[in-house]
Design a protein around this ligand. Structure first.
Ligand SMILES: NC(=O)c1ccc[n+]([C@@H]2O[C@H](COP(=O)([O-])OP(=O)(O)OC[C@H]3O[C@@H](n4cnc5c(N)ncnc54)[C@H](OP(=O)(O)O)[C@@H]3O)[C@@H](O)[C@H]2O)c1
Length: 264
């Protein structure tokens, strides 16, 4: 017989190892996910996909493939972050607005030393961001290139100190490493990367992602939807993941994997 691994039988799903009942302060989930930086940046990605690998449903947003279990973890992960980092495509498609931490999670956030305000940071080359983000009293941090056509307009609308030029040395491209470094310079070391697939793939490719939280939505959607990472080239090498834990509710599986960093 070939040398084969033992298999852990994690089902039946009605016999959980431990039940995490919802509670307003989500203390158990906070304890489960609180981790972090030992001083330097810690980048956690949080994404959702269908069982057939789609990052969106037919309506081209993730709202049609997520649900209450995913939302439960999603809001805790936000509460544990200094900053949510997203690409402009996600901001436009998912209609991002300034971020709020739910009142019942603020104590846990404070206990972990996070600032009251949860920052939003957006990567864009075009500078084409929705008015709903630019015309507020809590604009995002904007990470862009020195050649962005709307650089002056962006500076005027969000404040010059909130526009960060992080050129990759390639026209029209922001350097993901410079993004994480610039956030860290502002004390934003607990980074929650919410995609989209284009930005996440670059963060992985640049060996910047420590952890992936991926919700597996029990649906098959077919169609032309992309996956949770989108890059024209293969990761070289493919990145290995180690499973930290797996949560389950009503067929939804929520995995948490540590990315084996190449530079580690
Ligand atoms: N399943 C999930 O968990 C999940 C999560 C998030 C998003 N989504 C879905 O993903 C889709 C959007 O996908 P996407 O891959 O286009 O999203 P994305 O990565 O958020 O956005 C891509 C855009 O971000 C900017 N960008 C990314 N990397 C850049 C770089 N290195 N330099 C300069 N600009 C950079 C560019 O913006 P400009 O065009 O402004 O230059 C680019 O067009 C939507 O349908 C959304 O609903 C799914």
């Amino acid at each position: 017989m070939p040398d084969l691994p033992a298999l852990d039988l994690l089902v039946p799903v009605d016999a959980p190892v431990r039940l995490l009942a919802p509670r307003s302060d989500e203390a158990e989930l906070v304890a489960l996910f609180a981790s972090g930086s030992t001083g330097g940046p810690h980048v956690r990605a949080n994404m959702v996909g269908t069982v057939d690998g789609a990052a969106t449903g037919a309506n081209r947003v993730s709202g049609s493939i997520n649900g209450p279990a995913d939302f439960r973890v999603f809001r805790v992960l936000r509460a544990l972050a200094d900053v949510v980092l997203v690409g402009a495509g996600t901001v436009r498609a998912e209609r991002y607005t300034p971020l709020d931490v739910p009142a019942e999670l603020r104590a846990a956030r404070a206990a972990l030393g996070r600032a009251d305000a949860l920052e939003l940071a957006v990567v864009t080359a075009s500078g084409d961001l929705p008015d709903s983000l630019l015309d507020t009293d809590r604009p995002p941090l904007v990470l862009t290139t020195g050649s962005a056509p709307s650089l002056d307009t962006l500076r005027a609308r969000v404040g010059a100190d909130r526009v960060i030029v992080a050129d990759a040395g390639v026209p029209g491209a922001v350097d993901p490493r410079a993004v994480i470094a610039a956030l860290a310079d502002r004390g934003l070391v607990h980074v929650l990367a919410e995609g989209g697939p284009t930005l996440l793939a670059q963060l992985v490719d640049a060996d910047l992602v420590d952890e992936l939280c991926l919700t597996w939505s029990p649906q098959l959607v077919g169609g032309p939807a992309g996956r949770v990472t989108h890059l024209p080239t293969w990761f070289a090498p493919a990145r290995a993941l180690t499973l930290s834990h797996l949560l389950h509710a009503d067929g939804v599986l929520l995995g948490r994997w540590q990315v084996v960093r190449l530079g580690a």
